[in-house]
Design a protein around this ligand. Structure first.
Ligand SMILES: Nc1ncnc2c1ncn2[C@@H]1O[C@H](COP(=O)(O)OP(=O)(O)O)[C@@H](O)[C@H]1O
Ligand SMILES: Nc1ccn([C@@H]2O[C@H](COP(=O)(O)OP(=O)(O)O)[C@@H](O)[C@H]2O)c(=O)n1
Length: 212
């Protein structure tokens, strides 16, 4: 099996930034699985039924503009609570994880549901206030007219929905390494992630697993 890195965590914890850098460092492919849910959420906002939208999703849907808005993030979290939507997106994610060069996938349930056999699992988190501050800056830089308090409220509502749903709730896998980025800058967070993946690779090459 190819080397798979599973990276989960709540909104704006820094998991996307870390995933891209880890993928580049180790020469692995990267899939931001939040984009799948955002693409379905976007289609729901356009009036489509979310389960059919998830079944009809094609890779090009992940490239469309406007998937990063707060409204689409909220819609993604609502469609993500539907088991049929999650089931429709499963095969695409597992196929990506098995690609020959190895892969990093980031999301909410990668280490627990999509790739429970991943060789390295990280759970990236930060306080809700720090995450809201990061997301607020990002939205303002993208031209959105919003308030910090509204962003914090959105982050908290999304955390609650993502952790509280019955199907694939957000939680660290039992064997995940947690990285709290509240007091880490991007470079320090990326270094901690690379060190954790290196440690997992060392365990594997020392004979800890017969997979590969
Ligand atoms: N450790 C960090 N310190 C400061 N800012 C960060 C850190 N990690 C990420 N960011 C910034 O926070 C925002 C959200 O990060 P992102 O990686 O997109 O989070 P996620 O994928 O978890 O939603 C981005 O603007 C990113 O540049
Ligand atoms: N593997 C995943 C990825 C995202 N999602 C859902 O999709 C929403 C948007 O995910 P995202 O990763 O793009 O969001 P951010 O963390 O970037 O804000 C989340 O709030 C989840 O409800 C999920 O349920 N499972």
């Amino acid at each position: 099996m190819a080397f798979t890195v599973a990276i989960d965590g709540p909104a704006a914890s820094g998991k996307g930034t870390i995933s891209k850098r880890v993928a580049a460092h180790f020469g692995l492919g990267h899939l931001d699985t939040g984009l799948l849910y955002r693409a379905v959420g976007r289609r729901m906002l356009d009036g489509e039924e979310p389960v059919s939208a998830a079944r009809a999703l094609v890779p090009g849907d992940l490239e469309v503009e406007g998937l990063r808005t707060a409204a689409v993030g909220e819609a993604a979290s609502r469609v993500g609570a539907l088991p049929e939507v999650r089931a429709a997106l499963l095969d695409f994610q597992r196929a990506f994880a098995r690609r020959s060069g190895g892969a990093v996938l980031d999301g909410r349930d990668i280490g627990t549901v999509i790739c429970p056999e991943a060789e390295a699992k990280l759970f990236v988190t930060a306080s809700a206030e720090v995450r809201a501050e990061r997301r607020f800056r990002e939205l303002v830089a993208a031209g959105a007219d919003t308030r910090f308090e509204a962003v914090l409220e959105d982050i908290r509502a999304r955390d609650e929905r993502d952790m509280g749903r019955s199907d694939a709730p957000l939680r660290p896998a039992d064997d995940a390494v947690t990285i709290d980025t509240s007091r880490l800058d991007v470079e320090a967070a990326v270094a901690a992630a690379i060190a954790a993946v290196d440690a997992a690779r060392d365990v594997r090459s020392a004979g800890g697993s017969s997979r590969g």
